[in-house]
Design a protein around this ligand. Sequence first.
Ligand SMILES: NC(=O)c1ccc[n+]([C@@H]2O[C@H](COP(=O)([O-])OP(=O)(O)OC[C@H]3O[C@@H](n4cnc5c(N)ncnc54)[C@H](OP(=O)(O)O)[C@@H]3O)[C@@H](O)[C@H]2O)c1
Length: 285
Amino acid sequence: MKALIVGSNGQLGRALAATAPADAEIVSCDADTLDITDRAAVLAMADQVRPALILNAAAYTAVDKAEQEEEQAHAVNATAVGILADAAQMFDARLVHVSTDFVFDGSSGIPYAPSATTNPLSAYGRTKLAGEGAAGPDALIVRTAWVYAPTGGNFVRTMLRVMAQRPEVRVVADQIGTPTYAPGLASALWAMAGQGSSGIYHYTDAGAASWYDFAIAIQEEALAIGLLDHAVPVLPIATADYPTLAKRPHFSVLDKTSTFECLGGAAPHWRSNLRIMLKEIKAHG
Ligand SMILES: NC(=O)c1ccc[n+]([C@@H]2O[C@H](COP(=O)([O-])OP(=O)(O)OC[C@H]3O[C@@H](n4cnc5c(N)ncnc54)[C@H](OP(=O)(O)O)[C@@H]3O)[C@@H](O)[C@H]2O)c1
């Protein structure tokens, strides 16, 4: 099976390459090799590669910056997804696209099902929701959340850095979601794509946490394996005490029932995957 990965240098892009099934022949394109907003370039690449799968790991992911650059974010997160969908249709490929928990407003008290009402609070969320529409009904669309990996910009790496440098760390305690380890998400995408699934699904690790809980766990697990050499106080704060340009949902736990049925089992708990990721950093830097 031939697969074209676009946005291959991001957290998910790298994880997709690392977890590809043995029978997959992969062509990986990073942002320099293939700008997915360039329609002619995307169609030419699809024509050249003739993939059975187009896996879209490319996105404009700077959530706060998107408030001031919604047009640029829309170009990557929505218009370009339409281009990928056209390429998939023209060359008989399946598009696998990834969306976000930020399509929800966070007012629910129970996990969001794939069919739940969307109402993004941010420009990023609006562009990602538009991207779901642009991907079309034949695509496999998987919403995820709080993604982290051993490389790339993410909360775990930020916490490790600030916990090593600062006398104390303040972390938002009133936003609840689920941390998600990129390789687990990538494996799920391969498995679901292999089954020919289409439509909207949710995938995160199992469990739920606030950013504060996540930070506490990062410190505990990092201390346990010597990745941090001293503890610092981690203090819970309210979202109101940490103003950001973009509004974020207070609760964005996703209901993964349909996905786990498809996969034949649940994802690992987020804390187990956190341990794996920290050991990976410890082993490889
Ligand atoms: N990270 C999260 O917490 C999170 C949460 C929910 C959903 N998601 C979704 O999960 C998916 C993967 O996210 P991620 O964390 O892997 O993001 P990431 O690490 O920021 O990677 C995104 C990649 O897209 C590339 N890219 C940006 N514009 C492009 C363009 N025009 N053409 C081609 N490539 C382009 C970037 O390249 P440059 O860096 O060179 O610009 C980067 O390598 C995205 O759809 C994201 O919306 C992420």
